[in-house]
Design a protein around this ligand. Sequence first.
Ligand code: HPA
Ligand code: ZN
Length: 336
Amino acid sequence: MRHPLPKAELHLHIEGTLEPELAFALAERNGIDLPYAGPDELRAAYAFTDLQSFLDLYYQLTAVLLTEQDFADLADAYLARAAEQGVRHAEIFFDPQAHTARGVDIGTVIRGLSGALEHSRERYGLSTGLILSFLRDLPAEDALKTLADAGPYLDRISAVGLDSAEVGHPPAKFAEVYAAARDAGLRLVAHAGEEGPPEYITEALDVLGVERIDHGIRCLEDPALVTRLAAEQIPLTVCPFSNVRLRCVDRLEDHPLPQMLAAGLLVTVNSDDPSYFGGYVEDNFQGLHRALGLTDSQLERLARNSFLASFVDDARRGELLAELDAAAAAPGVSAS
Ligand code: HPA
Ligand code: ZN
């Protein structure tokens, strides 16, 4: 196998990196009983019919995360895997409400995660950001309270996001909390157009004012929206393995990513919840090459887009793009 291309990962839920082995290790450390005989039996349960069937298991397993050390261990395990996959910068979602609802203090979550991220640059050469994500199937008031509770830690947070069950929970529900996040100096992103309709993408842009759309694949149902997204170069953080595992797309061979590239959309490729969906970000790149015949130059375009769409400062962006240029020029460096 050749070396992976340097890239940024912009759509990654840290809770979705919990590998079954770590879940069992943390369960034992915390005296928690998981309703599975072991990691293999747990892995066998990873057969999803839609987003909700995945979320049920994803939230169930968060029960093993209790202490600052648990969150730090989770993040460090991801960073080690990501570095092997060519990730040079990661913007990482976390779901505080999945933890505060179980009685875990938001400070415990943020201190644990950010403690691990602090060492990422020196340990793995990997720069990072944290995205505080609101659960859209909970009331907007809960999101406002979550943002307020995160107040003492906002210097460790780069953006807010919106995830969980999409259909029936349109972006406009969160207009007030997004305005408050913007006033607090945070960048704005939202999941839209994964299971939800193209209108949710437009609403996320026009009502919430987001700068990136997470997923967004259903934009293809609305040609005028595709034209707009291409003209404004709104980044879309697409997650091919996730789309297949959650049955938004039948097979990787049917994934619309080539169509999205051809339409001039600023597409990036990401792993979403890699422990649950069969692979990390480089595995997604390789899958696209194998299943859809994406060429080296298309894969380079995706890697370049990931740096263009990231929230790094101009100096870091320049460094990352130069690294990609060097890798792309070197023989034998590719995702294939
Ligand atoms: N979609 C919505 N919510 C999520 C996801 C996702 O893919 N992963 C974790 N929470
Ligand atoms: Zn996601």
